[in-house]
Write a protein that binds this ligand. Structure first.
Ligand code: SF4
Length: 270
């Protein structure tokens, strides 16, 4: 199925598409705020997946989906905002940065179809939080155990760099996710300094009582927030994993810590 408009049409059969052609579309940051108060994660995911509030990112994600990388020239691209993905009642939340142009922007699922995802899902599988070590497409059978993955920016940005205005425009979606998921969460793993900085105002917007001064980002840094533990982790970007800044044992240790805090033993594999 290769689309001719650069993006999957809502409700047109993309595997796992949460939206329909009746899902309300946010076209401005103000409308993002208005629509982010969804009553369920399902509805929130649907609304995120059709958002058009950031003109530069809408243009970029659809251009990438039209032009495609040569290796994927025969595939359709998702080309829409990538909603969060995971278990219905998660105890562990993972917060990244933004979808990759030819990864999640192609497959429509967080960290799916690129090297960063290879790293993350292999580690989640080792930690007992994923039923398989690979994540290649939205219909590959991957399921997460008590874990949910999201990002402070839901559209692929040029050069992986959202502008401050785009980060701020997307904040209500993350705040909406936090509001719905917070009651059952026990640990939040934040991949990278961008996500770390974006998390605190989103938590505040979600009505969570904040530490007076959140600690600066660092690998393994922890902060207690209303009885939940927020843990910093270097991002699983190729820049970090190729250079050895982030190693498998380092990532495994963070996920083991989160799993332990959440009371999820590694032998309870899904
Ligand atoms: Fe909407 Fe967020 Fe994408 Fe901006 S980055 S268009 S707010 S989903």
């Amino acid at each position: 199925m290769v689309g001719d408009v650069g993006a999957a049409r809502p409700g047109a059969g993309w595997p796992g598409d949460p939206a329909t052609n009746r899902t309300p579309v946010a076209r401005t940051p103000r409308q993002v705020t208005e629509l982010s108060g969804a009553q369920s994660v399902c509805e929130l995911r649907a609304r995120i997946s059709v958002c058009r509030a950031c003109p530069r990112l809408v243009e970029w994600r659809e251009q990438v989906a039209r032009e495609r990388r040569r290796a994927f020239a025969g595939q359709a691209y998702w080309g829409r905002p990538v909603p969060g993905f995971g278990a219905a009642e998660p105890k562990v939340l993972i917060v990244g940065l933004a979808p990759a142009a030819h990864g999640a922007n192609r497959t429509g699922r967080m960290f799916t179809g690129d090297r960063s995802g290879d790293w993350l899902y292999a580690a989640l599988h080792r930690a007992g939080l994923a039923n398989q070590p690979t994540s290649v497409s939205a219909e590959d059978g991957l399921a997460l155990r008590a874990t949910y993955i999201t990002a402070p920016v839901h559209c692929a940005p040029p050069a992986n760099k959202p502008t401050p205005a785009e980060r701020d425009a997307c904040r209500p979606w993350l705040a909406g996710e936090l509001e719905l998921l917070w009651p059952q969460l026990r640990a939040v793993v934040v991949l990278g300094a961008f996500g770390w900085a974006a998390l605190w105002p989103a938590l505040s917007a979600a009505g969570v009582a904040m530490p007076v001064r959140p600690p600066p980002f660092g690998h393994g840094v922890e902060a207690d927030v209303q009885g939940r533990t927020v843990i910093g982790c270097y991002h699983v970007s190729q820049q970090n994993t190729f250079t050895g800044r982030l190693t498998e044992p380092m990532l495994d240790a963070v996920l083991a810590r989160a799993t332990d805090i959440a009371g999820l033993s590694a032998d309870g594999l899904i």
